[in-house]
Write a protein that binds this ligand. Structure first.
Ligand code: ASP
Length: 438
């Protein structure tokens, strides 16, 4: 039988009515066998996620303050889910244990309890086995995820459980203490479980019907991406488009397992498929999505005949390396070289960097400009389709926007342009209108 792994985010498990939807989804297909759960998320926009409540308790305890009220709120959230679901089940002993641990355990242990408790309730409600992530997800001594041990142990444990719920977000260190992934890390757990069991599909259930082709805060009602390759997703997430944790792609991509982003509140919607490659996909659009980020600076180094000087680029980059500044883009001309970096990375060392570059390459001029936004237009047939650049530039020109820099062709998948931050939203809208709406 095919196996599907499902991960439900916090808003999908925020209260009993969401639990009911989740159970209905899971039970509608027998191959939906392994479920990864997040901690209860927000029920309404001003609500507080249980994970944040746990961090708060931890900080109160660290400052020797009373945690009773805050901890009671956490207990109430779970107890309400249990009673609304009419379960004959109690977490009383677990609460007692955690409340004591808050005063001596690490913050990773405390914050992980959100997933732990919620998964226990979900397992009980579904009649599925509960597998504690602590026993199947492992980290190395240095805190990095231990894929090798995890795969081995997880695969053999899952073989003994036909249907199971596994808490997301955490695992254990070699010494047995709990370690969490970064925030939103249940997405990674889902991907790890899908990989270990060789799932046919990893379904990531959330509260939107897929990944959008542009930021909805800028473009009105953007369309949903039907299908996107792993690589295109990386390009878009790097530029700020988010739908799941950035690192969640890696475990499944190693074995080519597709991901389907689905909406718990609209399960009939197809959502977005994230697949190894879209080469063979029928039809499709030229552009998969547009995303961008602000807060970049460009360091422009000018020197006559720079292009003939061996090692020029290396010396400039060495200066940045010495200051621990990674570069994002590198548009070059004959007598100029620009390095685009994040403004935050250079803000407190700008003068030193500029002086050192002068010295390192005996530059005629070094200039640092701020306030640049970078926009990536991502799509598999973008580069080898005639007329892409003309369409892009005339759309930007018609919107009365000046392109500060561009990078076309260094990746098969994207065209990147830099504009002034003040033009960012308009540029994004103009590109969306040209390539997606038309
Ligand atoms: N509950 C954790 C968080 O709020 C992890 C997750 O939901 O994926 O970040």
């Amino acid at each position: 039988m095919e196996v599907k792994v499902l991960k439900f985010g916090g808003s999908s498990l925020a209260d009993a009515s969401q639990f009911r939807k989740v159970a209905q989804i899971i039970k509608s297909e027998p191959e939906r066998r392994y479920v990864v759960a997040s901690a209860p998320g927000k029920r309404f926009s001003d609500d507080v996620k249980v994970t944040d409540m746990l961090y708060k308790c931890f900080n109160l305890a660290k400052n020797n303050e009373n945690i009773d009220d805050e901890f009671k709120k956490i207990e109430d959230r779970y107890n309400k889910i249990i009673s609304d679901l009419e379960l004959d089940f109690s977490l009383k002993e677990e609460f007692e244990k955690i409340k004591i641990a808050i005063f001596h355990a690490g913050s990773d242990y405390i914050s992980s309890r959100g997933e732990y408790l919620n998964s226990m309730i979900l397992a009980e409600y579904l009649g599925y086995d509960f597998i504690d992530a602590e026993k199947v997800i492992f980290f190395h001594e240095d805190g990095n995820f231990d894929a090798h041990t995890t795969n081995k142990v997880l695969a053999s444990v899952l073989e003994n459980h036909e249907y199971a719920v596994i808490p997301g977000f955490y695992g254990s260190m070699p010494n047995g203490t709990i370690k969490t992934f970064s925030r939103g890390g249940s997405d990674i757990t889902g991907s790890i479980v899908a990989r270990a069991i060789g799932a046919s599909l990893y379904e990531n259930w959330t509260d939107v019907s897929g990944m959008l082709m542009a930021d909805p805060r800028i473009v009105e009602n953007p369309k949903v991406i039907d299908i996107i390759s792993y690589k295109e997703l990386r390009e878009l997430s790097y530029m700020g488009a988010t739908v799941m944790h950035e690192d969640a792609i890696f475990p499944v991509s190693e074995s080519g397992i597709p991901i389907n982003i689905k909406n718990t509140n609209a399960p009939q919607d197809k959502g977005t498929f994230i697949v190894p490659s879209t080469e063979k996909a029928e039809g499709g659009r030229m552009v998969t999505g547009v995303a961008g980020r602000q807060g970049f600076s460009s360091i422009t180094v000018e020197k006559d005949m720079m292009n003939q000087e061996l090692g020029f680029g290396r010396r400039v980059l060495e200066v940045l390396e010495r200051y621990g500044v990674p570069f994002e883009h590198l548009p070059t001309g004959i007598d100029t070289m620009s390095v685009v970096v994040s403004t935050a990375a250079i803000v407190d060392k700008m003068d030193n960097i500029s002086t050192d570059i002068y010295r390192a390459v005996k530059a005629d001029k070094v200039r640092i400009d701020h306030g640049i936004a970078m926009i990536a237009i991502v799509g598999k047939s973008l580069i080898n389709t005639k007329g892409t650049a003309v369409r892009l530039f005339s759309a930007i020109y018609k919107a009365d926007i000046n392109v500060r820099m561009m990078d076309l062709g260094s990746s098969e998948l994207n065209v990147i342009i830099g504009v002034d931050e003040k033009d960012y939203a308009n540029a994004l809208r103009a590109i969306y209108a040209e390539f997606i709406t038309r």
